[in-house]
Write a protein that binds this ligand. Structure first.
Ligand code: ADP
Length: 258
């Protein structure tokens, strides 16, 4: 089974990496031709302003594809680091209300196809975590919600304080997940056989990485899906004020607490 998964992964990975690479190379070639047209000045009818603007748009497309490529390579690096136990977490206190607001604002700028809604009654929810890694998890879950749901649909993010934890739910109106796949989707390399997910690119690593990160931060990540469609991904993390302290809770005699 591992051999089969490895072979399947290698062919998928080559394809996934090759596609943006071909696009980057193609876009650069087109941009080069446009710039050449302007610099050559052999054709007096060339509108150099329009040609330069078009070249710049083409380079923007190349940049977008190279970001996609970088994300895939980062995922591959993350997997090997996680498996070798070499992921360093840089812990610090962070407020998840602010983090989620920022992530969603960023997604709104990058994705015009979906409507994002963020709902919370909490003014803050401080956790002790690695800010970059937490951001990576939310980006991945919201990114999946976009990938696996139709254009124009709504993606809702709800944050609630629940006892000692903060609970975040990300809900989409997409293709949903079969009951027997709800846990398997977190396995390394797992991609659903659902044909509606087939055209969407991916290596089946994002959820594996996200669950590893959340678990290492002392939290939980799980999925839920209604028979009528749509999925919800839940993240639960211990609030900093309730987290088990790693240092002795009592101060040495005579010492003052910060
Ligand atoms: P990738 O998206 O690169 O395939 P992930 O690990 O992020 O990898 O997801 C694994 C699989 O879980 C996906 O291939 C897809 O089948 C399923 N999945 C993830 N998120 C969703 C979602 N929001 N709705 C439906 N299916 C999902």
């Amino acid at each position: 089974e591992v051999d089969r998964l490895k072979t399947q992964f290698l062919s998928m990975a080559s394809h996934e990496l090759r596609t943006p690479l071909t696009a980057v190379s193609g876009f650069i070639q087109v941009a080069k031709r446009r710039i050449q047209k302007v610099t050559d000045q052999t054709d007096p009818n060339v509108d150099w302003k329009a040609e330069t603007a078009k070249a710049s748009e083409t380079l923007e497309l190349a940049q977008r594809q190279s970001r996609r490529l970088a994300r895939l390579v980062d995922e591959l690096l993350d997997v090997s680091r996680l498996q070798l136990g070499r992921v360093e977490l840089h812990l610090g206190e962070m407020d998840l209300v602010t983090t989620l607001r920022d992530t969603i604002d960023r997604m709104r700028l990058l994705t015009s196809t979906h409507q994002f809604e963020f709902e919370t009654e909490a003014t803050s929810a401080t956790v002790r975590a690695d800010a970059d890694r937490v951001d990576q998890v939310f980006e991945n879950l919201i990114g999946n919600a976009v990938k696996y749901s139709p254009s124009g649909s709504r993606i809702g993010v709800i944050l609630r304080r629940a006892g000692d934890d903060v609970h975040i739910a990300i809900t989409d109106q997409g293709i949903g997940i079969d009951r027997d796949e709800l846990d398997r989707i977190f396995n390394i390399f797992y991609r659903s056989p659902d044909p509606r997910a087939g055209h969407v690119g991916g290596l089946g690593l994002g959820l594996y990485i996200s669950r590893e990160i959340v678990t290492r931060l002392g939290g939980r990540l799980w999925a839920e899906s209604a028979a009528t469609g749509g999925s919800t991904f839940h993240v639960s993390l211990p609030l900093a004020e309730h987290a088990t302290p790693t240092a002795p809770a009592t101060s040495p005699a005579g010492a003052t607490r910060a």
